[in-house]
Design a protein around this ligand. Structure first.
Ligand code: SAM
Length: 252
């Protein structure tokens, strides 16, 4: 299924570089966080069976969540949907823009992981939350998980990547730069070294501008869209800052 009005995906990471995604970000890295999300997604009354994920990307969260729920996966990028279809062939995949898509049906729960950070203005965030509400049935639950919020943003550098069984290999560096006080966006620069099976190595650079909103803005936008909203601090054993999960319950 495709929304013909959805704009093309513009980031190299999610278009030309999408086939490299499994070597940049592996499903196993998502297991703990997906389990935390599943516990919140289960809160719908009656209990959750169907989940819509907006901005599902390469489907790494869905790889874990599909054991608990029937997943419908939506993304702007046809290339990322193709990667997810390989990993999650049993899930429904749909192309669309989370700010505007209307599938004409509702789900027990709606999940938006790090893709929500591509909402770079409060207006974009509001449109995405309205999409979440439109697809969440009465009594259903919404879970939104930005990597960072204004209160816990820290500039950082990270690196990773791995070798594939097919002879390809990736190593990357990500660099989130400092922000001014009160900034509503942050910037992450990515540098990739991409090795083809014949040993040829290419370099690619991609800049990602991401929304950065205070907790109060998240809760207000959810509340104004009709949800009873709260935030939940993640419990994680991973060596990183715990994330803040925003949970909205749609009144029955
Ligand atoms: C970091 S990836 C998501 C990875 C995902 N959490 C996973 O489990 O594999 C971010 C995704 O957000 C998608 N995206 C960005 N803007 C979007 C929009 N307006 N609507 C739908 N998807 C969007 C990108 O195409 C990309 O696939």
């Amino acid at each position: 299924m495709t929304d013909p009005t959805a704009p093309p995906a513009t980031h190299l990471f999610y278009s030309a570089l999408a086939p490299w995604w499994p070597l940049v970000s592996a499903p196993a890295e998502y297991a703990e966080e997906a389990a935390f999300a599943a516990a919140l997604l289960r809160e719908a009354v009656p209990p959750t069976r169907t989940v819509l994920e907006l901005g599902s990307g390469g489907g790494n969260n869905a790889f874990h969540l599909k054991r608990h729920f029937a997943m419908t996966l939506l993304d702007l990028s046809p290339e990322m949907l193709a990667v997810s279809e390989q990993l999650n062939p049993e899930c429904e995949h749909v192309r669309g823009d989370m700010r505007s898509v209307r599938l004409g049906r509702q789900f027990d729960a709606v999940f938006v992981h790090d893709a929500i950070e591509y909402m770079t203005s409060e207006d974009d965030l509001r449109q995405a939350v309205e999409t979440v509400y439109a697809h969440c049935r009465p009594g259903g639950v919404a879970v939104l998980v930005p990597d960072t919020i204004a209160e816990n943003y820290e500039p950082a550098a990270d690196h990773g990547g791995q070798d594939g069984a097919d002879g390809r290999g990736v190593r990357f560096l990500s660099w989130s730069t400092p922000v001014e006080a009160g900034a509503t966006t942050s910037t992450t620069e990515y540098a990739f070294l991409l090795r083809d099976p014949d040993g040829t190595v290419r370099v690619a650079h991609d800049t990602h501008v991401l929304g950065l909103f205070p907790r109060a803005t998240w809760l207000r936008v959810l509340t104004e869209s009709g949800f009873a909203a709260r935030s939940v601090a993640e419990v994680t054993a991973e060596n990183r800052l715990p994330r803040e999960f925003f949970v909205g319950t749609r009144p029955a």
